[in-house]
Design a protein around this ligand. Sequence first.
Ligand code: ATP
Ligand code: MN
Length: 463
Amino acid sequence: MEKITVRKARLAETIGQHVCLQGWIRTRRDSKGGFSFLEMNDGSSLANIQVIADQELPNYADEVKRLSAGCSVTVRGEIKQSGGKGQATELLASEVLVHGWADPESYPLQKKRHSFEKLREWAHLRPRTNSFGAVMRTRNQICRSIHDFFQEQEFLYVHTPIITTSDCEGAGEMFRVTTLDLDQVSRQAGQVDYACDFFDRPAFLTVSGQLEAEIFACSLGKAYTFGPTFRAENSNTSRHLAEFWMVEPEMAFCDLSGNMDLAEAFLKRVTGDVLDRCQEDMRFFMERIDNEVIDRLRRIVESDFLRISYTEAIDYLERSGEKFEFPVAWGADLQAEHERYLTEKKFQAPVIVYDYPRTIKPFYMKLSDDEKTVRAMDILVPGVGEIIGGSQREDRLDVVTARMQEQDLLPEDYWWYLDLRRYGTVPHSGFGLGLERLVQFVTGMTNIRDVIPFPRTPGNADF
Ligand code: ATP
Ligand code: MN
C-alpha cells in the first residue's frame, strides 16, 4: 500500500486508491452511528484529511475512541469521495495504528488558541500549529525561489565564512568567537593576549558575507551568498534578530540602477511564486493575520517600484506634517518611522530610496560625483520598512582608501579588498536581503520571532 501525504490524499484524483497516511490527530468526533471522525494532519498542507473510523475496527473501543489532539497514527484505507463541505475526499480506515499518545490533561495544544507570545515558549510544539506550519511552508517556498531566481540567471552560489576577523560595517555590534577562558581573562589585569586565542587575533561571527562575495563577483562575474548572519545589536524590535539569514547577490559590471533592477525583479519573482504555489497558506494569512496581505503581494508583482533619492525622501518627510519621534534633517539616517511613513502612508507601495549622505554609510559604497552622497539604495516595503540594503561598490583604489581612513579603518587590514581594486577593478554592485523580513512581508506576520524556527534575541536563546 502506497504511503502518500495528506496534501495528495485531498486531491479528487486519488479517489478509489488504497493508501497509507501517517500523521497526528487534530480532533476526534464520535458519531451516534457507531463510527468516529478523525481530523489528521501531517504537515504537507494546512488542511487536514478526515478519517472515518468504524466500530468494526478491532481496536475501536480500546484505542480509536481514546484518540485526542497530538496522538500520532498510521492509517490505512481507501480514499472515498467526501460528502462533507470543503473537502473532496476522505479516508475510510481499514486499520488505525497508534504510535504515541498525548495526554489531553497536559498536552498544551488543545482546542484553545494560544497567542504567538505564548507559542514562543513552546518552540518544540509550535510547528504543530496551523499558523506556524503555514509560515514554515511559505518560508520553504521563498528559499526555493531565491535559489531558482539566481540559478536561472547564472549566479554562482558561494559559501562565505561564518567566522571572520574583518568587520564588514566598521561597526561594533559583532559576537566574539574565542576559546579563551573568560573567567581567567576577567581576573587578569590589563590587555587580553589574543596571540593565545584560537585564531591568534580577535575573531567574530559574520555580520555580512558581502566583502567575500565581492571577491567572487570580481573573479567569476555574478555570485550570491545565502547563509546565517549575526548581529549583537541590543534592539528589541519586531524586525531584528541576533541570528538571521541573509541573501547577498554581488555582480561585476553592474551599476546602481542595474542593482535596483535586479532587486525589484527578485522581489517580484519570489512574491509571484508564493502567490502561485502557496495559495492555501496565503488564504490562511489573509483570513487570520492580515486581510490585505494578498492584495499587497499582487501589487508588488504588477506595479513598478517607486524610486526616489534620499534628498527627495527628506523633502517628502519635511512636508508631511507628521510628528516624528526622531527629527528629519538632511544628513541624518532614516529611522524606521520615516521609512514606514514613506512606504505605508505617502506611497502605499514599495519605495527604493537611493543616494544617501556619505557620512552615514560605510566606506565600501561608491562616492557620487557630487561627493556628498554615495550610490546606496534601500528598498522599503509596507508592514516591514527596510527589507533590502545595497549599493554600487567603490571601485577606485584611491577613493576607497581615503574613505577607510575617513572612517578610522586601517587600509592594511583590508589589503585583500584593496587588491580587488588594484588588479582588474570593475564597477560592481550588490545588496543584502534579510530572509526573515521577507517572510514577514509575504505572510503579514507582525513579529520577526514568529517567522524563524528558533529566534535568537537579547536574553533569549532557550531552544
Ligand atoms: P536596519 O536599519 O533595519 O537595522 P540595516 O541597515 O542594519 O537594517 P543592512 O546592514 O543593510 O541592514 O542589512 C541588509 C538587510 O538585512 C536589511 O535590509 C534587513 O533586511 C536585514 N537585517 C539587518 N539587520 C537585521 C536583523 N538584526 N534581523 C533581521 N534582519 C536584519
Ligand atoms: Mn541595523
